[in-house]
Each structure stands twice: as structure tokens, then as C-alpha cells.
Design a protein around this ligand. Structure first.
Ligand SMILES: NC(=O)c1ccc[n+]([C@@H]2O[C@H](COP(=O)([O-])OP(=O)(O)OC[C@H]3O[C@@H](n4cnc5c(N)ncnc54)[C@H](O)[C@@H]3O)[C@@H](O)[C@H]2O)c1
Ligand SMILES: O=P(O)(O)OC[C@H](O)CO
Length: 346
């Protein structure tokens, strides 16, 4: 298969490297000439994944028409805020028969569309061609071939399976899924909770607090997910609790680290500058808050984190606000049981 990966940050590089290692003729596109040259010349992305040797078969280009020429699989891996501009520039070069997958964990702001919703509105025949890749996967570990599992969701089973086959190898196990909404929301909403757990860590709070945030965070993610059309079961899978665990417990996570820095008193601007890479949880907190209001769902953790990001509440005050909420029944607000089979392939 001929493949193009758009986005030469940490995740795009790790995914492109897998495709090349798996024997696919792969070109990675990046906008930064220096990064592209470094990959072609030194077989390393020294800006985003320093020290990791890339497959000798992987080509890099800063020219979209070159990268996309003849590509049968196009994989988008840039921060969510870059998707509209990149897609606009890339679409003229994407073959009408190419499969298009994205690995982006965020929303399109300010309309708060899921990334696949946004791409689908601009792509011919999206139900047959579009897939989402998500799951617990830090690029820093994937590039070292640490055993990793992810999910590929598509409305088309054959598309999901083609992307599965293209990416799967001994260190990278890929499952298919039909619940595109749940897979996308799980991977996106967990970043909010990782910010919160990072803040708890930065405040020196304990494991009890982190477990509480993860568990009640999962309830929040599931509640909003159900209201937006996802299967509740997806949140107990790799794209839900799996990704929540890896992001909330790893110092590889930019969202977790951003939370720690915010708790140490840095402003949001200082925090983002210090991380220097995509911190999707910030935009996602605002998007999820707006989406939840639109469907009448309460997200207590997201709501207080939004206040911290706005600078109107400190991380300490956020903890007090959450602990002093009215008493509740644990399962009261998890969501109505849903009987539906639309998340399963026939
Ligand atoms: N890093 C991971 O481990 C990982 C894993 C799974 C999913 N993701 C998701 O993948 C997406 C990409 O994240 P990343 O980790 O690769 O980010 P990154 O910060 O490592 O790299 C971002 C890349 O996007 C490029 N970019 C930024 N703005 C752009 C624009 N306007 N046009 C074109 N390119 C632009 C940058 O030059 C850089 O190459 C995010 O949504 C992230 O949540 C990341
Ligand atoms: O580094 P983060 O916080 O963007 O997380 C990366 C991946 O989403 C983990 O699966």
C-alpha cells in the first residue's frame, strides 16, 4: 500500500514509522523544512522524538502534492486546531478512492465538531472511506516498539480492517470498532481528566484523589458520550478507560504535565510555552463544557477545570469545589441504560 501521513509531530512520526516498518511505501509530510530534512538525512525527528531511529524506508517531504501522490491511505496527525487549514490544502491532492484516517484527539473550535464529523463534511463518500485511530498510545513508547494496543473505528467494517491490517505488527496490536463517536470522544475527553490528575499530582495530593478523578472523570466522559450518540461500552474499552489510564498516569502525557505546571502557579500561557507541543485538553475542556450545556449534561470536573484554565479559580479551590458538591448517589448520573445495536457491525 502507498501511504501518506500528514503531520510530522510526535504521533505522526510514530505512525508513519510503523507503516514504513510494515512494508508500506510511506511518505510523511511536515510543514517544518528542518524537521523534514533531519528525518531524510539523519533518520531522526530530533524536534519531536529525539534519539529514536526511524525506518530507512520512511520518506519525508514538506510538499503536500509529493507526499499525497498516489496515496491509497492518508493519515492525518496534527493538533486539532491545524486540521481545517491542512485539510483544505490537502484535499485537492487526495485521490477520491483513498482511505482517510485521522489520529487527532480534539474538537474543531469554535463549532465543537468531532474531527471525523468535520472531515466527513468535506470528503466524498465518507462512510466508506473514513476511519479514526485512538487508544492508549504515547508516541515515545510506540517508536521504541513497546507493546501497544489501539482501536480503529469506521462506519465501514472493511475500511476499519484495511487500516487495521496496514498498522498492525508484533508490537502494535489494532482492534476494530464500529462506534466512531465513542472512540473519538473517549480519546478526546480523557485529556480533560489528565489535566485534572496532573493538577492533583502537582498539588501533592495522593493516589486516592487521582483514582477519584479518574473514576468520576470516566463517569463524566461516559455521560456526555451517551448524550452525543456513543455506546457506553466503548468507554470501558481501549479508547475510554484504556486511554484515560495511560494519560493520567504517565509523565509522557503533555496534558498530565500541563496540569502539574498549572498547579505550580504557572499561567496557562506559560504552561503551554513550557510544554511546546499539542496540549489538546485545554481546547477540549471548553468544547466539552459547551457541548454538555447544549445537551443538558452536568460535567462537574470539566466545569471547575474550565475555571482554572480561565484563571478565575486556583487548583486548590477547584478541589474544594468538587469535594463540597451536594451529596449524590454514585450511579445516579451515569446515564440511562441504552438498548441499541447501532455500535455493532451486522
Ligand atoms: N503524541 C502522542 O503520543 C499522541 C498519541 C495519540 C494521539 N495524539 C494526538 O495526535 C495529534 C497530534 O499530536 P502530536 O502529539 O503529534 O503533536 P506534536 O505537538 O508532537 O506535533 C504537532 C505537529 O503538528 C504540526 N503543526 C502544528 N500546527 C500546524 C499547522 N497549522 N499545519 C500543519 N502542521 C501543523 C507541528 O509542526 C508538528 O509537526 C493530537 O491531537 C494528539 O492529541 C498524540
Ligand atoms: O501526551 P498527551 O497527553 O497528548 O497524550 C497522548 C496520547 O493521547 C495518549 O494516548
Amino acid at each position: 500500500m502507498k501511504a501518506a501521513v500528514l503531520g510530522a509531530g510526535s504521533w505522526g512520526t510514530a505512525l508513519a514509522n510503523i507503516l514504513a516498518q510494515n512494508g508500506h511505501e510511506t511518505t510523511i509530510w511536515g510543514r517544518d523544512k528542518q524537521v523534514v530534512e533531519g528525518m531524510n538525512t539523519h533518520r531522526e525527528n530530533s524536534r519531536y522524538l529525539p534519539g529514536a531511529a526511524l525506518s530507512p524506508a520512511l520518506l519525508a517531504s514538506d510538499n503536500l502534492s509529493v507526499a499525497l501522490d498516489g496515496a491509497e491511505l492518508v493519515l492525518l496527525s496534527v493538533p486539532s486546531r491545524a486540521v481545517p487549514e491542512l485539510l483544505h490544502e490537502a484535499l485537492p491532492y487526495i485521490s477520491s478512492s483513498a482511505l482517510v484516517a485521522h489520529a487527532v484527539k480534539g474538537f474543531i473550535r469554535p463549532d465543537n465538531q468531532r474531527i471525523s464529523e468535520y472531515i466527513a463534511s468535506r470528503l466524498d463518500n465518507p462512510d466508506k472511506r473514513l476511519a479514526v485511530i485512538s487508544g492508549p498510545s504515547h508516541a515515545e513508547e510506540v517508536i521504541r516498539q513497546v507493546p501497544t494496543t489501539v482501536v480503529v473505528a469506521s462506519k465501514s467494517q472493511s475500511t476499519a480492517e484495511m487500516v487495521q491490517d496496514a498498522l498492525m505488527n508484533a508490537a502494535f496490536r489494532v482492534y476494530t470498532q464500529a462506534d466512531i463517536v465513542g472512540v473519538e470522544l473517549g480519546g478526546t475527553l480523557k485529556n480533560i481528566i489528565a489535566l485534572g490528575v496532573g493538577m492533583a499530582d502537582g498539588l501533592g495530593l495522593g493516589d486516592n484523589t487521582k483514582a477519584a478523578l479518574m473514576t468520576r472523570g470516566l463517569a463524566e466522559m461516559t455521560r456526555l458520550g451517551i448524550a452525543l450518540g456513543a455506546s457506553p461500552l466503548t468507554f470501558s474499552g481501549l479508547a475510554g478507560i484504556g486511554d484515560l489510564i495511560v494519560t493520567c498516569t504517565s509523565t509522557h502525557s503533555r496534558n498530565f504535565r500541563a496540569g502539574r505546571l498549572l498547579a505550580s502557579g504557572l499561567s496557562l500561557e506559560e504552561t503551554l510555552a513550557r510544554i511546546g507541543m499539542a496540549v489538546e485538553g485545554v481546547g477540549t475542556t471548553f468544547a466539552a463544557f459547551d457541548l454538555a450545556q447544549g445537551v443538558g449534561v452536568e460535567l462537574p470536573i470539566t466545569a471547575v477545570l474550565k475555571q482554572v484554565l480561565e484563571g478565575v479559580c486556583s487548583a486548590e479551590e477547584a478541589v474544594c469545589k468538587l469535594m463540597q458538591r451536594d451529596k449524590n448517589h454514585e450511579m445516579e448520573d451515569v446515564g440511562q441504560p441504552i438498548i441499541a445495536h447501532e455500535w455493532q457491525y451486522p
